[in-house]
Design a protein around this ligand. Structure first.
Ligand code: SF4
Length: 333
């Protein structure tokens, strides 16, 4: 196992410390180590750009540059101070590590697990983790196979395959990488990185424009505050709570969007899972026999999904009534 493949581990952080290199030193101009400095800076930029594009490419075969580029990439993400970028970055780094973890031996996975505060057991009963570790790592995994009720659980221990352990560690890595972001970075450091940061910021805003929620013929201006709020959250890359997701999906289908368009609306979340989203939207749209209706204002309020701050809200009892009234009045007028 190469530590450079897992630069977020405590072990890697101490290795970086041992090398004696500092961030300030690497960014010095003129630089006493120009080649290394260039490599580190290039790789750090590639890491962050990779996160914007959706995948960090494998690094060059230079373990020291690989190790040092990780803290610098975190600094770059922090200078840009953008929530969506920070989440995308943590996800992309974790995916890169996950790809490598799946190629590791069980022995190396166990070492990584310890560093990530997961404590698996091996023995006659196979590979197992305690359910408390399991729940921490699997919290974001929503497919039925990961639900604790669907796992073999014995006296608090959950049985796993090596591959599943690697997947859990990927999630723990994502938590570790995202922790503390954005860091507080002195302005002069961000200034020294300005050229790279400008490039990243440009790509990030182009990506945002590309992914902008497109509602086609639907009159978005006539949407009630609850639905506009959900869309704003989705556009910023946040994951909606289940009740909000349901309300948004049923509403958009009811105002005439088709399944593809609704799936597209959710395609801004950093961990967008197209297959799963399509399955849910199709199900809600009536593919399974029942077409679900959007919840009423009273139900929305019960789930804490009603901001209700507009005058028209006082006169309606359903988000669709709000929409219809507003469309009749001529959109946002
Ligand atoms: S009152 Fe109804 S339409 Fe208005 S924000 Fe609340 S749930 Fe939406």
């Amino acid at each position: 196992m190469s530590l450079a493949d897992y630069p977020f581990t405590r072990e890697a952080a101490s290795r970086v410390e041992e090398t004696g290199y500092s961030l300030e030193g690497l960014l010095e101009d003129p630089n006493p180590q120009p080649r290394l400095s260039r490599l580190v800076r290039k790789r750090a930029t590639d890491r962050v750009l990779g996160a914007v594009r959706g995948e960090i490419p494998d690094g060059p075969a230079h373990p020291l540059a690989e190790l040092l580029s990780y803290p610098l990439a975190r600094v770059m993400v922090s200078c840009l101070d953008d929530d969506l970028l920070a989440r995308r970055y943590a996800l992309a780094e974790a995916k890169l590590a996950g790809k490598k973890m799946r190629r590791e031996s069980l022995q190396d996975l166990l070492l990584l697990a310890r560093d990530l505060d997961v404590h698996p057991q091996t023995g006659q009963n196979g590979l197992r983790v305690h359910f408390s570790d399991y729940l921490k790592a699997a919290a974001r995994m929503r497919s039925p196979g990961w639900k604790l009720v669907n796992r073999s659980l014995e006296r608090g221990w959950v049985t796993l395959t090596d591959r599943e352990l690697a997947r859990l560690l990927e999630e723990r890595a994502r938590d570790r990488i995202g922790r503390g972001l954005p860091l507080s970075v002195p302005a002069e450091i961000c200034e020294r990185l300005r050229e790279d940061l400008t490039r990243i910021a440009e790509e990030l805003s182009a990506k945002r424009a590309e992914e902008k929620v497109d509602l086609g013929e639907v009159t978005e201006d006539a949407f009630p505050p609850c639905i506009r709020g959900f869309l704003a959250q989705v556009a910023s890359g946040a994951n909606l709570a289940h009740s909000a997701r349901f309300a948004l999906t049923t509403f958009l289908l009811a105002v005439g969007m088709d399944v593809d368009e609704v799936v597209g609306v959710f395609n801004t979340s950093p961990d967008f899972d197209e297959e799963r989203t399509r399955y849910q939207v199709e199900h809600i749209s009536g593919k399974g026999g029942t077409r679900y209706k959007p919840p009423s204002c009273a139900t929305m309020a019960t789930y804490g999904n009603c901001p209700g701050e507009e005058r028209l809200c006082r006169w309606v009892n359903h988000p669709l009534s709000y929409y219809e009234r507003k469309v009749k009045r001529g959109g946002g007028g």
